[in-house]
Design a binder for this molecule. Sequence first.
Ligand SMILES: [Zn+2]
Length: 132
Amino acid sequence: MEMKRGRCLCGAVSYEYEGPENWRGHCHCASCRRNTAAPFTTFMGVAKSAYRFTGETPAVYHSSPGVRRYFCATCGTPIAYESDRWPDETHFYAAGLETPEDFVPDFHVHWAERLPWVHLDDDLPKYEKTGS
Ligand SMILES: [Zn+2]
């Protein structure tokens, strides 16, 4: 199985996992938008048994009850997202991968929350909310 790797801007925090991901999508929710300071973010679910951190342990911010957002304590790059709603997986950001050009997203979630100046013409399914 192919090993995929990602890292923060400064390189202190890095990770690797064995694909394929559980899912791959764009999120337009206001929380992810603010956390990443980007109009939307693209991430993937990875089984907790399939990845490991290979550099420094990331810092964690509890953005709401049951939600943990990991980031590099040195450079501030968002690294991962975990929620008690999905106890068996961690979400990593596609733009943090070593080769993000190889990533293929499958859908949009929280489509109704997208910014009015974001115009995307892909044919991917556009969901109003996340499943479950
Ligand atoms: Zn860093």
